[in-house]
Design a protein around this ligand. Structure first.
Ligand code: NI
Ligand code: MN
Length: 222
């Protein structure tokens, strides 16, 4: 019942149960707060919330270097497949069983494209690994079905965007955490760039414990 959670900065993570490793939204090149380089990432899977550059990031290079399988929506898998990546597509509402547990695709209210190419509906990810369930909300507005997602998957940990402008800000992200009801809430998508909230001070869920991770930091959740 242990999950190693490394925060890559912005919205990126590496999750590992000691045997299996999945990278989420590994945006490193061009990420001013990143402590890792793409070559530092060793994983068997990459899971993606949507196709914007600050989430797709270095996925193609990391997937090819590791022969990792990309778990993402159909359009992103088509796109990365055409760049020589191994893929295993899904889409919103579905779940893919994996060697470590499962990855499920949840809705998000946002957009998704790269250089004008439509990359499907944006989403969030549920990753079940190491006996724990991790909900990466992706980039999104607040929406009331977050309560339903919380009831269905009972996430232990939720990574919630708080940066405002492109996603929820700290106030709405706090309300989102109260709907999802995880044990821990990790603030993401802030401080990376000017124009985003520069601190997590306003992120104050009433139930979840806030776990603020610094870029490059690893937390053993159990
Ligand atoms: Ni985005
Ligand atoms: Mn983003």
């Amino acid at each position: 019942m242990t999950l190693s959670i490394t925060f890559l900065g912005h919205s990126g993570f590496v999750l590992s149960d000691g045997t299996h490793t999945v990278a989420l939204d590994p945006f490193l090149t061009g990420n001013p707060v990143a402590q890792h380089k793409p070559a530092d990432i060793h994983c068997q899977w990459i899971a993606l919330t949507h196709g914007h550059g600050d989430h797709l990031g270095d996925s193609a290079a990391i997937a090819r270097a590791n022969r990792a399988t990309v778990l993402a929506n159909y359009e992103i898998c088509e796109f990365l497949g055409s760049q020589g990546c191994q893929t295993d597509p899904g889409n919103t509402g579905g779940q893919i069983k994996t060697d470590f547990g499962f990855v499920a695709f949840t809705p998000a209210f946002h957009s998704s494209s790269v250089e004008g190419r439509y990359l499907g509906q944006p989403g969030g990810l549920i990753v079940n690994m190491g006996g724990l369930t991790f909900y990466h909300c992706g980039d999104t507005a607040i929406f009331s079905d977050m309560k339903l997602i919380g009831e269905i998957y009972r996430p232990d940990i939720a990574a919630i965007p708080i940066g405002d402008r492109y996603t929820m800000g700290p106030d709405l992200a706090s309300r989102a955490a109260d709907m999802i009801r995880p044990r821990w809430a990790i603030p993401i998508h802030y401080k990376t760039f000017p124009g985003l909230a520069q601190s997590a001070a306003g992120f104050k869920p009433s139930i979840a414990t806030v776990k603020e991770l610094q870029p490059g930091e690893t937390w053993q959740a159990s």
